[in-house]
Design a protein around this ligand. Structure first.
Ligand SMILES: *Cc1c(COP(=O)(O)O)cnc(C)c1O
Length: 405
């Protein structure tokens, strides 16, 4: 998964360019910065690499989602459909613009189930936000058809799937807008950062202003800018953008290592017929940052997780069903709408109602799922050893239950 594993002289060199001038901010200081514009360069590289018309860097993936939602006009009264399995940032961003996160079941793609999405649509639905979890994609054809039919916005949370593609197009470029995160553990990192990508000029122009206090950025003098709307400070710094600039140039290298390591480990796990794998709508487009696999029941899955823990091989394997950050089951703060600032009573009630629905369809999938993150540092010998240890655990647990192995 993470580009931080291959930190190098290339990242140091880009950061040093900025340290030499001392101009750490992305706007202004045209003279003293001596032609060093890392944020602008990174935005151009993002457009080029992923095939989007516009890119607006932000301070994080979370702020990229908030920015995209504001730019898309999502706010008071609106419902945004988003999955029960995601990172907390997805619903945080919805709440940040005053809209209601409508959590919907995932299927064996580990992303939004289009049928469940259809059932969740109401006259207040404004947007569908699939989250392309763990390196791979949602059923975008299915979701796009629903958006078209009901005239809804499609916003892709592609924070975990940088470099993944669907039918030849980069994830994040297919909806009205998409967001990546460049936090420390994502496929490429800025240390902290994110981006909104879009092919719509109107959306981009709003993102550009929103992330910088509403500045219109039309003149050369920052102090004389007008403010057509209220914004915030979600700017990235030049130091962070410099790290990202080095990393994006290495993205293909990261992805090809990921794919090679993923294929080797998957072939080992596939030796056990009781192990099945996540359904991937376009297998060619998987970024391969994780292998997500299923066992036949929750009981067997829990036993495998426990045995991997006993043997010290659990790190890097995620049982999301019990995870505090990624799955509805442990989001007590959302279920109680525990915000520090008071929400309107109407919003609070709707948030709680949505978060406390029946998610048994998601539980049936997630309780049997383990995701193994793919390291860029593994040698082929290490993958073989790791895979065999995992096989050993799985076979032991199955044999104990009388399943022939
Ligand atoms: C990481 C992540 C985010 C948020 O990104 P940050 O840069 O950490 O704020 C949003 N959504 C998903 C699915 C993520 O994995």
């Amino acid at each position: 998964m993470p580009g931080y594993e291959l930190w190098s002289d290339k990242e140091r060199k880009e950061v040093n360019d900025v340290l030499e001038t001392g101009i750490l901010m992305r706007y202004g200081f045209d003279g003293p910065r001596k032609g060093i514009w890392k944020s602008k360069e990174l935005e151009a590289a993002i457009c080029e690499t992923f095939g989007s018309s516009y890119a607006q860097l932000t301070s994080s993936g979370t702020s990229a989602l908030s920015t995209a939602m504001s730019a898309l006009g999502i706010g008071y009264g609106d419902e945004v459909i988003t999955p029960s399995f995601t990172f907390v940032a997805s619903f945080e961003a919805v709440l940040s613009v005053g809209a209601v996160p409508v959590l919907v079941d995932v299927d064996d793609t580990l992303t939004l189930d289009p049928d469940a999405v259809r059932r969740a649509i109401t006259p207040k639905t404004k947007a569908i936000m699939p989250v392309h979890m763990c390196g791979s994609m949602a059923d975008l054809d299915g979701l796009q058809a629903i958006c078209k039919e009901h005239n809804l916005i499609l916003l892709e949370d592609a924070c975990q799937s940088i470099g993944a593609r669907y039918k030849g197009k980069s994830l994040g470029t297919i909806g009205d807008a998409g967001a990546f995160s460049f936090d420390f553990v994502k496929t490429m990192t800025c240390a902290e950062g994110g981006v909104v990508i879009t092919n719509r000029e109107d959306i981009y122009t709003r993102c550009d202003g929103y992330t910088d206090h509403g500045h219109d950025h039309l003149g050369a003098d920052r102090g004389a800018d007008l403010h057509p709307f209220i914004g915030y400070n979600y700017r990235i710094s030049e130091l962070h953008a410099a790290v990202g600039l080095a990393q994006i140039k290495r993205l293909n290298e990261f992805l090809s290592i990921q794919k090679k390591n993923h294929a080797q480990l998957k072939a080992i796990l596939a030796q056990v017929p009781e192990v099945s794998f996540r359904r991937i709508p376009d297998p060619e487009g998987d970024s391969c940052s994780f292998i997500s696999w299923f066992l036949p029941s929750e009981e067997i899955t829990r036993a495998v997780v426990a045995e991997m823990k006993t043997r010290g091989i659990l790190p890097g394997n995620f049982y999301w069903f019990d995870n505090n950050w990624h799955y509805i089951r442990k989001w007590e703060h959302l279920k109680n709408a525990a915000t520090l600032n008071a929400l309107s009573p109407e919003l609070k009630a709707r948030v709680m109602e949505q978060a406390n629905k029946d998610f048994s369809a998601s539980h049936a999938v997630m309780s049997r799922c383990i995701s193994t993150s793919i390291s860029l540092l593994w040698t082929s010998g290490q993958i073989q050893e790791k895979g065999e240890k995992m096989l050993d655990v799985i076979r032991k647990v199955l044999a104990e239950r009388g399943i022939p192995v």
